[in-house]
Design a protein around this ligand. Structure first.
Ligand code: OGA
Ligand code: NI
Length: 355
């Protein structure tokens, strides 16, 4: 068992895709052992765990009253869940499927061809292909390969497979419109001007990525993990997936598997939203589980401030609520580096900057 993991580390096997496809793998190698406790999982039929749905068309083309209603609903959603499913968002289903297909094409390339996109773990690399999270730091290996592409403020094009560049450009632009509409509605839900988050977070130069994940089927899905519990560092992350579920969000102390309409965006608030709102809105804890039936592909699209933005609780909100800032101010690049440093392995980076 350990030999398989060593083989991976010494790069005889360079992707989880190849490891799982090797005919001998019938159980989880010990380096990948991670126990999921079924008692911690939520009952999806319990109304307490009904995932909030936000109809984006009511924000963009509804009546003023309908918009006001959604903005109002967002307060509770952001405070209690930090997560919702966005529907009627205007991004064509064919484009979403095409993006998943393009990622499928990338992950299907021979390992040697993907190697050229291994750039190490600097958060500001244009591309980063790899397996697990960070092989130098991971205490438990993750059943996941990933390929990240930076798409904003500069779009980095990528030529393998052939359609990837064109589709990712279009998909990144369209999904950015959805994310920006969400930040406008969230600004309003806080009683601020619609462009408050866009302006203070310098989103004209905001960091945006495509982060594709490949999770192969696993013979013992309760004994391995795709991505362990974490919060995302940015403002808001959109996620799409192929037909397989696996994303779980933490809600009321339980893990809930997200099962949504096939063309919705899963939307999770991230650390900068919690910091900006001085803890009012929640950067939701989430994780990716694996299954024993089929490969799951997901694409996370994190949206953040510009890398030079000083992130801190909004003075307007602190004053209004009569609260002292709960987080130390910090530049976003430093925050990202703190996330990647491994100091926070399986802990919330947020806890490191509490005032
Ligand atoms: C992530 C993430 C969830 C998923 O990439 O940060 O949380 O469902 N992914 O793959
Ligand atoms: Ni995440």
């Amino acid at each position: 068992m350990a030999a398989v993991a060593r083989a991976l580390e010494t790069s005889n096997v360079t992707s989880i895709k190849s490891l799982v496809e090797s005919p001998t793998l019938s159980s989880v190698p010990s380096a990948y052992a991670f126990n999921i406790n079924p008692n911690d999982e939520a009952d999806p039929n319990d109304p307490e765990f009904a995932i909030p749905i936000v109809d984006m068309s009511l924000l963009t083309s509804g009546s003023p009253d309908q918009r006001t209603q959604i903005v109002h609903d967002l307060v509770k959603i952001c405070e209690e869940w930090g997560f919702f499913i966005a529907i009627n968002h205007g991004v064509q289903e064919s484009l979403m499927k095409g993006m998943i297909e393009a990622y499928h094409g990338f992950f299907s390339l021979p390992d040697e061809e993907k190697e050229e996109f291994k750039f190490g773990n600097d958060v500001l690399e244009m591309f980063n292909y790899g397996t697990s999270y960070n092989l130098a730091l991971d205490k438990v290996l993750l059943l996941r390969d990933f390929f990240k592409v930076r798409t904003h403020p500069e779009f980095h094009s990528h030529y393998k497979p052939a359609s990837f560049s064109e589709i990712s450009l279009e998909f990144s632009k369209r999904s950015r419109e959805v994310a920006l509409e969400i930040t406008r509605a969230i600004s309003e839900s806080l009683g601020l001007q619609p462009d408050y988050i866009y302006n203070t977070m310098n989103m004209d130069r905001g960091l945006q990525m495509l982060a594709g994940n490949y999770y192969p089927p696993c013979p013992q899905p309760q004994n391995a993990i795709g991505i362990p519990h974490h919060t995302d560092p940015g403002l808001v992350t959109l996620v799409i997936q192929n037909e397989m579920n696996g994303l779980q969000v933490e809600h009321n102390g339980k893990w809930l598997t997200v099962n949504g309409p096939p063309n919705g965006f899963f939307v999770n608030l991230a650390d900068q939203m919690q910091i900006l709102t001085n803890g009012k809105y929640k950067s939701v804890m989430h994780r990716a589980t694996v299954n024993n039936k089929a490969t799951r592909i997901s694409i996370a699209i994190p949206h953040g401030p510009s890398i030079d933005t000083i992130i801190a609780p909004a003075p307007e909100l602190c004053e209004r609520e009569g609260q002292a800032p709960k987080y130390h101010a910090m530049n976003y690049k430093e925050y990202m580096q703190l996330v990647q440093s491994g100091k926070n392995y399986m802990k919330a980076t947020l806890d490191h900057i509490r005032a």
